[in-house]
Design a protein around this ligand. Structure first.
Ligand SMILES: NC(=O)c1ccc[n+]([C@@H]2O[C@H](COP(=O)([O-])OP(=O)(O)OC[C@H]3O[C@@H](n4cnc5c(N)ncnc54)[C@H](OP(=O)(O)O)[C@@H]3O)[C@@H](O)[C@H]2O)c1
Length: 328
């Protein structure tokens, strides 16, 4: 019998349940994927907590890696036994196996293990979106990277610095600062949990010779929005790509002009890889960057799939660095 994690009400990690779920044969256009490793991402927690509303009952998880076990019709190009991963195509990755849209499967190269791929696909494709589609790295430019020791943060920091960008990593502990530095961050700023981010703009200006950052990658949202805007140089870009502290305040676009003709982007990986050809070419480029050492999978901890609630609790308490993996 197949098993999966579900939640029937929104709430704390304890709402996650382990349940039996019969898995039918794949329909046309679907592949049955037997999971080997499942990636945990912040969006899973946003859905469980109700920050991103979803119909209930719900089945969390967007990212997994495994082997194709059976194929429906209209799945040309895939083979039973093939190693694949995915980052979208519907939730439900927290399961032992899943029927998934064949067109959203990403073939995995031999250069990456199952665990590493589950730790890198979603986060690496997000970093790819940020450095290839949202902002092009400019050698010598300053970037402020929030949660620089987090899952996306470590990958993004390494990718940016490997292309000559001068990264300031924002973190909440000295241990996290050391990790961001190991990935190439030139400077780090530590704002402890519960402390205000109000000093951030001045600190960034001191580090950048008064200029400010060319780009801020802000995944924190509510608590940092204002400070992020104030940390930018004229014509700078605020990339608001997450909201781990809560939703952004409403704001008047005139605030962008007041601070020096700034730009704001709110990108989503799901839009950026919606096109099949773009998904496959982004994944190829991301795996090539991994093979070259430009990015690395950082696995903080592996937990049994049944302990998904523990994974969410660790995540939301800011106790993790890099990626968390669930093993079926
Ligand atoms: N737009 C997209 O398409 C997209 C795709 C992937 C991820 N994301 C976003 O990217 C961010 C990172 O995702 P991830 O999965 O790699 O998670 P993560 O960075 O490993 O974990 C979140 C980190 O955010 C920091 N943080 C700051 N304030 C926080 C708060 N009030 N509560 C919890 N954490 C807080 C913590 O680092 P410190 O303790 O160092 O502050 C924490 O470790 C998330 O916001 C996620 O939504 C967006």
């Amino acid at each position: 019998m197949n098993h999966r994690i579900s939640f029937h009400t929104i709430g704390t990690p304890n709402v996650l349940r382990w349940e039996e779920a019969p898995l039918p044969e794949p329909r046309p256009g679907e592949a049955k994927v037997r999971h080997r490793a499942i990636g945990v991402n912040y969006i899973d927690a946003y859905q469980r907590s109700g920050a991103y509303p979803v119909p209930l009952p719900a089945y969390p998880g967007f990212e997994a890696v495994g082997r194709v076990e059976a194929l429906g019709s209209d799945t040309a190009g895939l083979q039973v036994g093939q190693r694949v991963g995915y980052v979208d195509g519907g939730a439900g990755a927290y399961s032992e196996a899943k029927n998934h849209p064949a067109s959203r499967l990403i073939p995995l190269p031999e250069t990456i293990s199952d665990d590493e791929a589950a730790g890198l696909l979603f986060k690496g494709l997000t970093a790819h979106m940020l450095v290839r589609r949202v902002w092009r790295p400019q050698p010598g430019a300053w970037a402020l990277v929030h949660a620089a020791a987090g899952g996306v943060g470590l990958v993004l920091t390494r990718w940016l610095t490997s292309e000559g960008v001068r990264v300031i990593g924002l973190v909440s502990t000295d241990e996290k600062a050391a990790l961001a530095k190991a990935e190439g961050a030139e400077a780090t700023l530590v704002v402890h949990r519960g402390d205000s981010y109000s000093a951030l703009p001045n600190q960034v200006r001191q580090l950048t010779g008064r200029a400010g950052a060319a780009v801020v990658f802000d995944s924190t949202g509510r608590d940092t929005f204002e400070s992020s805007l104030d940390s930018l140089a004229p014509f700078g870009l605020l990339v608001s790509y997450g909201r781990s502290s809560g939703p952004l305040p409403t704001f008047d676009p005139a605030e962008l002009a007041k601070r020096g003709s700034l730009a704001l982007q709110r990108p989503s990986i799901f839009h950026h890889v919606a096109d099949h050809a773009i998904l496959q070419s982004a994944a190829k480029e991301m795996f090539a960057a991994h093979a070259e050492g430009k990015l690395k999978a950082h696995i903080h901890r592996r937990l049994p799939l049944q302990e998904a609630a523990e994974a969410h609790a660790l995540f939301e308490s800011r106790a993790t660095t890099g990626a968390l993996i669930l093993l079926p």
